[in-house]
Design a protein around this ligand. Structure first.
Ligand SMILES: [Zn+2]
Length: 111
């Protein structure tokens, strides 16, 4: 089995690619998802609610947006209110320091 993102060979039972960190799609097993429902700060269009829902459930964010749009265009106004409520209720995804998981450089003037 190879990584779907970088194509590297994966070990048996691997859940993440050790080269690029891509989650490995295992048949019958749901992909790992965000533990909490957050509004996404990246890739959002308005409040990040659709992006957060898509991230949480492992759905395509475009499909979530299209579904919301289709429901609203069909004459149901409730999703708009639900969106606004979700915007208020769901916390914004906390900022993650990009280098938090990597170790500091070992070679330096203080090493
Ligand atoms: Zn990979």
């Amino acid at each position: 089995m190879n990584c779907t993102a970088c194509g590297k060979e994966l070990g048996p039972g691997a859940r993440f690619c050790s080269y690029c960190g891509q989650a490995v799609a295992v048949p019958g097993v749901a992909p790992p998802r965000a533990q909490r429902l957050y509004r996404q700060t990246e890739g959002r269009m308005l409040g990040g609610v659709c992006a957060g829902i898509a991230q949480h459930f492992g759905w395509d964010v475009t499909l979530v947006r299209l579904a919301l749009l289709a429901i609203v265009l069909c004459g149901f106004g409730a999703p708009l209110i639900a969106y606004l409520v979700a915007w208020i209720v769901i916390p914004k995804q906390p900022l993650v320091w990009p280098y938090a998981t990597s170790s500091p450089p070992s070679s330096g003037p203080l090493a």
